[in-house]
Design a protein around this ligand. Sequence first.
Ligand code: ARG
Length: 465
Amino acid sequence: MTESNKNTKLWGGRFSSPTNLFVEEFTASVKFDQRLALYDIEGSVAHTKMLSAAKIISSKDEDLILSGLQDIRQSIIDNTFQWTIALEDVHMNIEHALISSIGDTGKKLHTGRSRNDQVATDIRLYLRAEVDLLVSQLESLLEVLIDLAEREADTLMPGYTHLQVAQPITFGHHMLAWHEMIVRDVTRLKDSRKRINILPLGSGALAGTTFPIDRKLVAELLDFEGISENSLDAVSDRDFVIEFLSNASLTMMHYSRICEELVLWNSQAYSFILLDDAFCTGSSMMPQKKNPDVPELIRGKTGRVYGSLMGLLTLMKSQPLAYNKDNQEDKEPLFDAVDTLSDCTRALLELIPSLKINKNNMRTAAAKGFITATDLADYLVKQNIPFRDAHEIVGRVVARALEKNCELDQLDEQDFKNISSALTHDIYDVLNMDNALIARGHHGGTAPSAVQDACKRARKRLKNN
Ligand code: ARG
């Protein structure tokens, strides 16, 4: 270190010896928080306009600062801006560049402001923009799922509970189940936006400022819906980050469930779907392998988003008011979660429409495992047999089929008659899988017609949002 803190650090006044070089690196955040640069400038522009409107600085100073900020903005976009660790973070790098470029007037920018309310503002501006992008990405995914559901509205497949064949469903219905998960995710993200969209600037370091600032004007200029109510809370609050990470974790949990099914269905044992080559890779040793890497990786990345959530919850635990340097650790997990969620969404957006659906294999798998046993019980109930008795009778039918090593519809009429006199007519129609589908035509049901109706409702909901 050749220069003293007095010359390099914007806060160097009270220091007599330079910062330890390792400490300088250890405490700096510029390597990662430069991602906030354009939001930092946006906030500074609004702050400058307000300082001038409130007559805290002159309009001449305002013009000079704004044009200086504009030049810095351009150099950041052009990638010619010189970032330096010695200036610690994105805020001081930009402020220092402003002073170097326009001179002493640049020193007025930070009037009535602290990096504490500045960084809280930057993160909110950043996250608001990212949430909007993610919402539109997720809405595209909803559209992809509705398209596929509509296309496969009458494709029969086995529905499972406990991963045991349970009842016949349509592949379209299954796609709409995924769709509902993502619908809730979009609703949550949109709802969280109003808690992100609150202006902390004006809170100063912790106790506000003695200048006659106009916070409403800043909020209007930056499109914030509200102004924070308490300066201590505003500089230290990271609830909105934790809320985002929790929403992102829920979406990743949904993605991991979707991907788990894709991996299972793509396996030789199921062969319900075929993943496109573009989304798989080979093995370095086994020449025959085509591995479902993309869904596996998405499943795996879920852990890292949960990690960010746990990291932030733990970061904020027990912190006394107001701002503490701990808070600088909020950014990397947040950025990583935003990137991960966005990349995983993009991958699914491209992967899902390219799926090949093996209808025959699904039908064959459904035809094993007494899949219409519940329909037979319902049929008995409709003949006034109490459900518990019907359950018992069908249980005996299943036992008989196990004995004969056949499916229910392969039993003779005599087999049925021997078990119950109620099992006489229409039984083979009742045991038919397609009839079982059609019979579930209610709102939320799996019948092809119900799936088509649900797709229409889903499209309408998406359009009206
Ligand atoms: N780089 C800091 C952060 O990300 C900015 C705020 C620093 N404030 C302070 N008083 N040290 O949190």
